[in-house]
Ligand binder design. Structure first.
Ligand code: UDP
Ligand code: LCN
Length: 765
């Protein structure tokens, strides 16, 4: 029984029995915080979430009237019994607790997602306490850097920490006497004779800063200086990014099955990363061109896309390329067609081996960082990083576990379609092998006061008959770091920036929005003088675009006040290759028919290119309209930040990332997709208020733009990701964070559990 249902029943009971005071009792407190209940008389079990990542498991006996706290294994076993009907089934228990004894953990919920700050504080004090040992570590770390045989930072003439101290002192005195405009090439000979190699900086000021930071650290380590110094060391020249499953390309891919925000995210991410890497390398005084490789799947039958090409250069970059590797049958035959992300599991191992060969051939050295995306990319990243001994970063974008109700407990019922036995095991391996995990929001890790975080849901769960996870991941682990993405600033900018606006596109937009042609669209907007209520997404069930159409259809006031514009899917169900999408298309048509919406709603069943969508958000803002993101759950929500930065008041789901992106009634509004009437009234109230008080629209629009500018930019993202790579690289080197024992455990999990399950997956055509 879900916690929400338990709570509703409790309220009803209190009202029926006229015992309203019970609603304010400690019992009510516990029931309200219960995520689930499991009942099989005389036992009644509860799992109570008292805060982020804080769980208590309780059981009550109806006959003896006793309440007691139990171990999580007890609750999970009880649940298994309810599902399978079998008692005492023997099952694999997975528990990472014993491997985490030496890993420092945070204790405060507000520290979650700030792992690197915590590690820096924790270890820099340790560096200080362990006196010479800490200095030795820094010294040895400086010695390992170089590029293609050329050492950076210090050379072999400096052999001890004391010598390093003296050399720094001498060198800083020397630099003090040099003219400010000198740069590394002019100083190189002198500095080399003192034991220093390139990497300290290009300008004299830069070199001095790096040297004095190190001198201070050798004197007394402190966490801020440590972060500053480590992020100045030249360590990152090549990055590999893995995104195997979808159609990964630059044209005609958005909206195809399994291809959405992740592609947009990665393409913007690599551009920002390359710029930041180039800037850093230049400032370090080096002349090396960084490279980024995106590894995706080569799909021979890939329609209008370029996903059948083994290589593609990324527009607007110098050295970023997409390399595509095919999926193969065990006999080596290439699989020609697209395969759903739920069915890719048997192919990833050979994919990762072939990727390794291609990467090494291209770079001629090991990459400095491997980033996995989504469950499949993270598993492939694990295999690669393990073989190459490279720092591994995990990005989930969305974890499927919380998207499907009881997806672990009733996995067997969903296995044929979704293969969660593979996916959740891959997730456990990916997140536990990563050196660090990047998330877009806090929510993604640890949820909110009443919603469990996506990562948190891997804390403990059971998949009856397969595995009982007692401790899968801890949200207080310092691996977690919140680094939010941005919206591409060249495409998405405020409607007020008139001089940058693409007014040449307005004729096309007029036609798309108000035209009456029906090629690929349905419905016509008869009245032009109303604000546009706009939404755009893939036409998946979870995106709930049909829900929004229904709210609109059932609210006369909202219909009077606005025009509804929907972009998503295709209007012809026969054109869709995706089952879920087909169901949504049919539902959309039946809503149009049932509520006679053809004169009130415009549905564009097409994918618009990025330039056009960029201007469309602003075009909608010109009409003093708003954007709605009505999803039942949205992991992050790129459309939300795109709309906000364009200046559109945005109403977005309170389930997932948008709850954090938007500050309610300041930079937008939170809506609850499960309470249709309340939400549609809220929308109508907003437009009614704006009619009498246009400054209200302006206020929210300004708040939205400001929020994105302050928090969600790719520039900030790139700086943070590179800094994290340097710092985790250092701690991995300096401590036993390599987690050797965990590595061995993960290998068992991979070979004995994951592979066995993956072998059973037979992809459907
Ligand atoms: N998008 C687009 N054209 C469309 C539909 C979507 O360009 O017709 C883009 C949208 O602008 C956004 C991305 O696709 O950048 C969707 O990302 P989001 O995070 O909102 O959702 P996801 O599809 O990843 O679940
Ligand atoms: C996947 C999702 O479902 C979205 O919520 C994110 O915005 C997107 O990836 C990019 O991370």
């Amino acid at each position: 029984m879900l916690g929400s249902q338990l709570w509703d029943d409790f309220i009803q009971l209190c009202e029926k029995d006229n015992q309203k005071e019970l609603l304010f009792s400690p019992l009510a407190d516990i029931l309200k915080k219960s995520q689930e209940a499991a009942i099989d008389p005389p036992w009644f079990y509860l799992d109570v979430r008292s805060g982020a990542g804080q769980w208590h498991y309780l059981r009550y006996h109806f006959e003896t009237l006793t309440f007691e706290e139990v171990q999580v294994s007890e609750l999970l076993t009880f649940k298994e019994r309810l599902v399978t009907g079998q008692s005492n089934s023997t099952i694999l228990e997975i528990d990472f607790t014993p491997f985490e004894r030496d890993v420092p953990k945070m204790h405060q919920a507000r520290s979650i997602g700030h792992g690197v700050e915590f590690l820096n504080r924790k270890f820099s004090s340790r560096l200080g306490h362990e006196l010479n040992k800490g200095d030795d570590m820094l010294f040895s770390f400086l010695k390992v850097h170089g590029y293609q045989g050329r050492p950076f930072m210090i050379n072999n003439t400096i052999t001890t920490v004391d010598e390093l101290r003296q050399a720094l002192h001498r060198c800083m005195e020397f630099l003090q006497q040099q003219p400010d405009e000198l740069q590394w090439p002019e100083l190189e000979n002198d500095l080399r004779s003192m034991g220093f190699e390139p990497g300290w900086g290009r300008s004299l000021a830069g070199i001095k800063t790096s040297m004095s930071l190190l001198a201070d650290l050798l004197e007394a380590p402190d966490h801020q200086n440590l972060e500053k110094f480590l992020s100045r060391i030249p360590m990152i020249f090549n990055i590999v990014i893995l995104s195997p499953h979808g159609y990964f390309g630059q044209d005609h891919v958005l909206g195809l099955p399994d291809t959405g925000g992740q592609v947009v995210y990665i393409l913007d991410q690599v551009r920002a990363l390359e710029r930041e890497m180039q800037k850093r390398i230049y400032n370090q005084g080096l002349d090396i061109k960084p490279q980024i490789i995106i590894v995706s799947r080569l799909i021979p039958e890939s329609g209008q896309t370029t996903c059948n090409e083994p290589e593609e250069h990324v527009h607007g970059t110098d050295q970023v390329n997409i390399i595509r590797i095919p999926f193969r049958e065990p006999d080596g035959t290439i699989i020609p067609h697209w395969i759903s992300r739920f069915e890719v599991w048997p192919y990833l191992e050979t994919f990762s081996r072939e990727a390794e060969t291609a990467i090494l051939a291209r770079l001629d050295r090991r990459p400095d960082l491997i980033v996995g995306n989504y469950s499949d990319g993270n598993l492939a990243a694990y295999l690669l990083a393990q073989r190459l001994g490279v720092t591994q970063c995990t990005i989930a974008h969305a974890l499927e576990k919380t998207k499907y109700l009881h997806s672990a407990l009733y996995w067997q019922d969903m296995e044929e379609q979704y293969h969660f036995s593979c996916q959740f095991t891959a997730d456990l391996i990916g997140m536990n092998s990563a050196d660090f995990i990047i998330t877009s929001t806090y929510q993604e890790i640890a949820g909110s006061s009443d919603v469990v975080g996506q990562y948190e849901s891997y804390g403990s769960f059971t998949m009856p008959g397969l595995q009982r996870v007692l401790h899968g991941i801890d949200v207080y682990d310092p691996r977690f770091n919140i680094v939010s993405p941005g919206a591409d600033e060249t495409t998405y900018f405020s409607y007020t920036e008139q001089e940058r606006r693409l007014s040449g596109l307005h004729r096309i937009l007029d036609q798309l929005v108000y035209g009456d042609d029906h090629e690929g669209c349905r419905g016509t907007l008869k009245k032009r003088d109303k604000p546009i209520l706009f939404s755009m997404a893939r036409l998946d069930h979870i995106k709930n675009l049909t829900g929004l159409v229904q709210w609109f259809a059932e609210n006369d006031r909202l219909q009077q006040l606005t025009n509804l514009l929907i972009i998503g899917g295709t209007i012809n169900p026969d054109e869709s290759t995706d089952n879920e999408e087909r169901i949504q298309i049919i539902r959309m048509h039946s809503l149009f028919d049932q509520y006679s919406l053809d004169n009130k709603v415009r549905w564009l069943g097409m994918r618009l290119d990025k330039t056009l969508t960029g201007e469309l958000y602003r075009y909608v803002a010109d009409s003093q309209g708003a954007f709605v993101q009505p999803a039942f759950f949205e992991a992050f929500g790129l459309t939300v930040i795109e709309a906000m930065v364009s200046g559109l008041p945005t109403f977005a789901t309170r389930y997932g990332g948008p709850l954090e992106i938007i500050e309610d009634n300041i930079s937008g509004f939170h809506i609850d997709p499960n309470h249709a009437d309340q939400t549609s009234e809220m929308l109508a109230d907003f437009f009614e208020r704006c009619k009498t008080d246009p400054s209200y629209w302006q206020r929210i629009s300004k708040g939205a733009r400001q929020r994105i500018k302050e928090r969600y930019t790719w520039k900030r993202y790139a700086k943070r990701l590179l800094t994290l790579t340097c710092i985790y690289g250092f701690w991995k080197f300096a401590t036993n964070m390599e987690r050797e024992a965990t590595g061995r455990y993960l290998e068992m999990l991979y070979h004995l559990q994951f592979r066995t399950r993956a072998e059973r997956v037979r992809p459907s055509l």
